[in-house]
Design a protein around this ligand. Sequence first.
Ligand code: GLC
Ligand code: CA
Length: 566
Amino acid sequence: MENKTERKWWKEAVVYQIYPRSFKDSNGDGIGDLKGLTSKLDYVKSLGIDIVWLNPIYGSPNADNGYDISDYDDIMKEFGTMADFDVMLAEMHKRGLKLVMDLVVNHCSDEHEWFKLARSSRTNPYRDYFHWWPAEKGKPPFRPGNFEVDGSGWRFDSLTNSYYLHYFSYKQPDLNWENPKLRQEIYAMMNRWFKKGVDGFRMDVIPFIAKDTSFPVITQKDLDEKYEGRWDVYQASGPGLHNYLQEMNKEVLSKYDIMTLAEGAGTTKATAMNFVDPDRKELDMAYHFDGVSLGYVPGYFKKMDPNWSLTAFKKIYSDWDSVFANKGWGTIYLGNHDQPRMLTRWGNDAPEYREAASKMLTTFLLSMRGTPYYYFGDELGMTNIKFDKIEDYRDIETIAEYGKVKNAGGDLKGFIDNQKNGGARDNGRTPFQWDAGMNGGFSTGIPWLKVNDNKNDINAEAEEKNPNSVLSYFKKMVKLRKDQKDVLVYGKYTLLDKDNPDVYAYTREDGNKKVLVLLSFRKTGGSFNVGKMQLGEEWINNLQPLKVNGNTVTLQPYQACIVQLK
Ligand code: GLC
Ligand code: CA
């Protein structure tokens, strides 16, 4: 009945992702830092979670908030010092918490020493750490560059009359993984962090590290036929990729009891297993984008369709469950630093529904198979901030997309409106709401990104005191997952009533126990026919006990319940 793969601590863990810039500021400069984070570890521990994943904290000029690293062996000035890091890690371990760091090695910063040397001359020994296209060959074949207004992934560097490749902004030049010297530098750096005691890495856009470095012209027809029409799939399909990952496993990962997570950019259901099949000795888990990509209106930047289809949502998560049903291991998430707040996007952030909807989404995340990656602030029911003007945004992506609309003479007000409920990343990056005081208790200075006005109602201090709060429910649900891990972590998942447009229903079971999970995704509630199933004890319920009439269960708006079957 259960997944036949070996039991592992990282399969049973709940991961809590902290965006360090927005968690807690200790020195009043408006930027979250490691000392601030360390001061809040008792809160983190009280959640019942096991692993903290921190977004990048290395030396960085912050073009993309740390995803542009200028020194892999240092701590970003704004965040503190290596001594602060050592204290933080020790304090985490003292509390039984593990730390997973972000590993960003598809690219570094253009301010990294390697790149400064590489760009200085065509014969510099570091030249081959990056990808270059000499201008005498003409313009390089198109490659997309995220975060650039002109959309190009090549930038001309006049000093050596060449273009360099950057899949993200021009401040993030791509590293050349074909160069064994570069690979050895990366492995050595990873080993240094593991020797310090970190417990794993979340690997940023790792499928992108390998590319066809002859940079052929790719036609739209080939892109459509061979790569689902997706640039990210093409960009992630480079030769050598799995050799590099196996080499990394051998030289680094296999030496420690740690966990790894691939940000599965460009992976598909057909290719994901190649990263996490234990027999291949590469990585442990991968996360896909199919779920969070659902429901965006084509042709617009992350504009949300308010009528997104629950049946499509169910199909995506069910299909992905089946990928890892017998081998490998999956993950589940609805929010992170690249996504809007899950409550606004998948639930309902109106005051009358927000508590029930938050608890319902939490029930979903913590009752699915696969390791949950839970985003900080979602345990409070934090919402999109819904900025009215571009000046409030800090994110390089949103600013570039706005620039594209502007240059095309497009609808700028429409763009800003679309981001309110849609996908602008800053919606999920606003400071953590500790209390109802100034700046929500995040900082005594001017926060780098505005604090949401709803901090007076939605904050940790108030919710800790209230046994019925969103926060209290989250803790209860974490505990339930752990207490019932045979069923809720390892048990088999079966989707029921797949065409029900309002209710997501499934069972989880091991050899001994079977539970039914019922989730209403609508403000109109929903109903579900239990057929011959006999409902027993309710393990958790975010509202009143289920109403059953004959075979029909009627769910209230955003109701969630896990009920044991007899
Ligand atoms: C990943 C990160 C994102 C970053 C990008 C480039 O998708 O999650 O925040 O901007 O990679 O490093
Ligand atoms: Ca600070």
